[in-house]
Design a protein around this ligand. Structure first.
Ligand SMILES: [Zn+2]
Length: 80
């Protein structure tokens, strides 16, 4: 079994550290987080987030949901 940890599971493209924009529609509004650290596929552009990043994004989404913001745009390094 070959190790494919550095490869995109969708297209076998090379993954490299980069940033992506995460956006989610909450119904009442939209949350957007820019400059999220991710492994980005050079071939198809798919971004892969690690568990710590995903958890942090979930916390941001929860906070926006409570705030009932129509549009919330945040830059990742500014997120507490
Ligand atoms: Zn890919």
């Amino acid at each position: 079994m070959t190790q494919h940890s550095g490869r995109c599971p969708l297209c076998e493209g090379e993954k490299a550290p980069g940033v992506t924009t995460f956006a989610v529609d909450l119904g009442h509004g939209v949350v957007m987080v820019r400059r999220v650290p991710a492994q980005v596929c050079a071939l198809c552009g798919e971004a892969w987030l690690d568990d710590a990043v995903t958890q942090k994004l979930e916390a941001i989404v929860d906070r926006a949901r409570e705030a009932q913001a129509m549009v919330e745009v945040t830059d990742w390094p500014d997120v507490a």
